[in-house]
Design a protein around this ligand. Structure first.
Ligand code: UDP
Length: 600
C-alpha cells in the first residue's frame, strides 16, 4: 500500500512538472513566429513518462505477476503511441491505429491473459467461455476505445477531463469491488486519473486534442484497464463501463454524422470533417468553458450511473436496464437543458426576426417595439401589430388564415412564457416578453409624446371607459379619440369604422379576443386608416381593474398564465397550448442542426 501511494505521488509530481514545462515551452514557442518547430504529441509523452516513473517504484515491491501484467498494459500503450505518432506525421490514418490496437491486443494483452474471456448472459448466472472469440472481441474492444477517444480528442480540452472522469470511475469501481479488480488494474486506473488531472490546468497547450496519437493511446490504455484483471461476476459490467462513458462523445459523432447525412453531405463515419456538437455550440456563441462544462457534465452523469450499476450488481437485469436507459437519457437531456437555459457567452448578432414553427416573430425589446410604433405613426399608413403567446402559435398551426396574418403583420412580438421558453430552447435569442397588456400603456405614451390620440375598442360596456381613465392617470396628456365596447352587431360595424376613421387616432386598441380581433383589424385596416392597430385580448379588463393582473414576481418568472387560469378557470382549456408548444419544440430539436456558415 505504501509503495502504491509512493508510486502515485511520483506519477502526480512528474506529470505536474512535465505538464508545466510543456505549457511554458509552448507559450514561449508560440510567442515567436517562425520559432522552433514542435509537432510532438506532448500529452502522450507526459502520460507515458509519468506512468513509467511511478510504476518503476511500484515494481520494486509488488507481486511479480502483477508487475508483469502492468508492464504489458503499459507496453500496449507505448506501441499504440509509436504507431500513432508516426502516422500522425503523415496523414492521420485511423484505420492503421485500429490495426495497431488489434495487434497489441493480441501480442501484449491477450497472450498475458488480459482480455475479455467470458460473458454473462442476461437473466442467467451462467458465464460463457469465449475461447478464441475472446481475442476477436478484445481486439474490437481496444480498437473502439482508441478510436472513440481519438474522436473525443478532437474536442479541445474535453479529452483530458473525460480521461480523468473515466479513470476515476474505474478507480471507484476497483475500490468498491476490490475482489473484481487486480492491484495492477487499480494502480493503472489511479495513474491515468492522476496524469489527466495534472494536465487539466495546462489544457491550453496540453490537450489530447491536436495530438491524436496521445488520445488514441489514452483510449487503448483505458480499454485495456477496463478488461484487465476483472473477476467473472463483474467482467461484463466493467467491460461496459468505458462504452457507457464514451457513449456521450460517441453520440456527438453519430449526431453530427446523421445531420451531415440528412443535409446530403455523405462522409465516412471516422473522418474528422463532421461538425461536432461542440462546434455547433460554439457557432451558437457558447464559450469554450460553457461547452467543456456541458460535455463533462454529461460524462460525469454517465460515470455516476456506471458506479451505481456496479453497486447494484446483484439486482435483476431488468432493473439494471432501466437504470441504464434513465442514466443515458439524463446524460443527454440534463446538460442539453442546462445549456439551452444559460445564455451563450458570445451570442451571435441577432437577426431582427425569427421563425417559430412557421410563424415569424420579431426579436424586439419593448423599447425597440416602441421605436417601431413611433415610425409607424410617423409614416401614417395603417399597420398591424400582433402579440403572440403559445396559444397564438398553436392557433397559427391549425388556422392558415391566422398564420398568414401573423406572417404578414408589421410587428409580431413574443407574449407569454411558453413562447419565450420555446425560443430559448431553440436558441433563437429571445428572452424578453413584450406583452400586449404592457404595450397598451407604452403605445399610449408614444402617442401622447407625439401629441396624438388613441381609440379603445372592446370589452363589456363600461370597461373601456374605466380603462381610459386609468390610462390617462398613467400617461398624463393622453388624448382619448373614442371608446366603444366590444359587443356590437355586424349592422353597427360601418358606423363604428366611420367614427374611428373620423377621429384619426394614432393607435387603435382592439380587445375582442384572439383571433377575432386580428381578423377584424386586417379586414377593416385600410378603411380605418389608423397607423397602429393592435389586438389586445382581455387587456382592457385588466387595465380597468375589472380583472386583477398577476403580481410582478409571477410575471417575471413566467407564471402569469397560472395566475390567470386560477382566477378564471374557464381559461384552463387554453393551457393545452403549453404542452403542444413543448412537443413542437422537442420535434424541432430532433431535426438536423442548421448547416455551418460557409467561410470565405
Ligand atoms: N370581447 C368583446 N366582444 C366579444 C367577445 C369578447 O369585446 O364579442 C372581449 C371580452 O370582454 C374580453 C376580451 O374580448 O375583454 C377577450 O379577452 P380574453 O382574455 O378572452 O382574450 P385573450 O387575452 O385571451 O386574447
Amino acid at each position: 500500500m505504501a509503495e502504491m501511494l509512493q508510486a502515485l505521488s511520483v506519477i502526480l509530481a512528474t506529470a505536474v512538472v512535465l505538464s508545466a514545462a510543456v505549457f511554458y515551452f509552448e507559450r514561449w514557442r508560440l510567442a515567436r513566429p517562425g520559432g522552433p518547430y514542435a509537432a510532438a504529441d506532448f500529452s502522450g509523452i507526459v502520460l507515458l513518462m509519468a506512468t513509467t516513473a511511478g510504476w518503476l517504484i511500484w515494481a520494486r515491491t509488488a507481486d511479480p505477476a502483477q508487475i508483469d501484467k502492468l508492464f504489458w498494459v503499459w507496453a500496449s500503450g507505448l506501441v499504440v503511441f509509436l504507431v500513432g505518432a508516426v502516422t500522425d506525421q503523415f496523414k492521420p490514418v485511423l484505420g492503421l491505429r485500429a490495426l495497431a490496437a488489434a495487434g497489441v491486443a493480441w501480442w501484449c494483452l491477450y497472450r498475458h491473459d488480459i482480455a475479455i474471456t467470458t460473458v454473462k448472459l442476461p437473466f442467467s448466472d451462467e458465464f460463457i467461455n469465449l475461447g478464441g472469440a475472446g481475442l476477436v472481441l478484445s481486439m474490437i474492444w481496444l480498437a473502439i476505445c482508441g478510436s472513440v477517444f481519438a474522436r473525443v480528442g478532437t474536442i479541445p480540452r474535453v479529452s483530458t477531463g473525460v480521461g480523468a472522469l473515466t479513470s476515476l470511475t474505474f478507480l471507484a469501481v476497483a475500490t468498491l469491488q476490490p475482489q473484481s479488480a487486480a492491484p495492477f488494474a487499480t494502480i493503472a486506473a489511479a495513474s491515468l486519473a492522476l496524469v489527466c488531472l495534472a494536465q487539466l490546468p495546462f489544457t491550453r497547450y496540453l490537450t489530447y486534442a491536436g495530438a491524436t496519437a496521445g488520445a488514441y493511446t489514452l483510449g487503448v490504455l483505458l480499454g485495456a484497464i477496463s478488461i484487465a484483471g476483472a473477476l467473472k461476476n463483474t467482467a461484463f459490467l466493467v467491460a461496459m463501463l468505458p462504452l457507457l462513458v464514451i457513449s456521450v462523445p460517441l453520440f456527438a459523432t453519430t449526431y453530427s454524422w446523421i445531420a451531415d447525412y440528412l443535409r446530403g453531405e455523405r462522409r465516412g463515419f471516422w473522418t474528422r470533417e463532421h461538425r461536432h456538437v461542440h462546434e455547433i455550440l460554439m457557432q451558437q456563441g457558447y464559450s469554450q468553458t460553457q461547452m467543456t462544462s456541458v460535455l463533462l457534465l454529461a460524462t460525469a452523469i454517465v460515470c455516476m450511473m456506471a458506479i451505481i450499476l456496479v453497486l447494484l450488481i446483484k439486482v435483476t437485469f431488468i432493473l439494471k436496464l432501466v437504470i441504464l436507459v434513465v442514466g443515458l437519457a439524463a446524460a443527454l437531456l440534463v446538460p442539453y437543458a442546462a445549456l439551452r437555459l444559460t445564455k451563450p457567452a458570445h451570442p451571435p448578432q441577432p437577426a431582427d426576426q425569427y421563425d417559430l414553427f412557421g410563424v415569424r416573430i420579431h426579436r424586439v425589446t419593448m423599447q425597440e417595439a416602441m421605436q417601431r410604433v413611433a415610425d409607424f405613426i410617423r409614416a401614417g399608413t395603417p399597420h398591424i401589430i400582433v402579440t403572440s403567446d403559445a396559444a397564438g402559435i398553436i392557433r397559427a398551426q391549425d388556422d392558415p388564415e391566422m398564420r398568414k396574418i401573423m406572417n404578414q403583420a408589421d410587428l409580431v412580438t413574443a407574449d407569454g412564457a411558453g413562447v419565450v421558453l420555446a425560443a430559448r430552447l431553440l436558441n433563437l435569442g429571445i428572452d424578453t416578453r413584450v406583452a400586449g397588456c404592457d404595450m397598451v400603456s407604452e403605445i399610449s405614451k408614444v402617442a401622447a409624446e407625439m401629441g396624438r390620440s388613441v381609440y379603445l375598442l372592446g370589452a363589456a360596456p363600461g370597461v373601456a371607459e374605466k380603462a381610459a381613465e386609468k390610462l390617462q392617470e398613467q400617461v398624463p396628456g393622453l388624448q382619448i379619440a373614442g371608446i366603444r365596447d366590444g359587443y356590437f352587431t355586424p349592422a353597427e360595424e360601418p358606423a363604428i369604422i366611420a367614427e374611428i376613421r373620423d377621429t384619426t387616432p394614432a393607435a387603435l386598441f382592439v380587445g375582442l379576443g384572439a383571433p377575432r380581433q386580428e381578423k377584424w383589424i386586417v379586414e377593416h385596416m385600410q378603411q380605418l386608416g389608423v397607423p397602429v392597430c393592435i389586438g389586445i385580448g382581455g387587456s382592457l379588463d385588466v387595465i380597468s381593474g375589472l380583472k386583477p393582473r398577476a403580481p410582478v414576481w409571477m410575471q417575471r418568472c413566467g407564471m402569469e398564465w397560472l395566475y390567470r387560469s386560477l382566477k378564471e378557470p374557464s381559461r384552463i382549456p387554453r393551457l393545452c397550448a403549453l404542452p403542444r408548444i413543448l412537443l413542437l419544440t422537442f420535434r424541432e430539436l430532433l431535426k438536423a442542426p442548421p448547416a455551418p456558415e460557409q467561410k470565405g
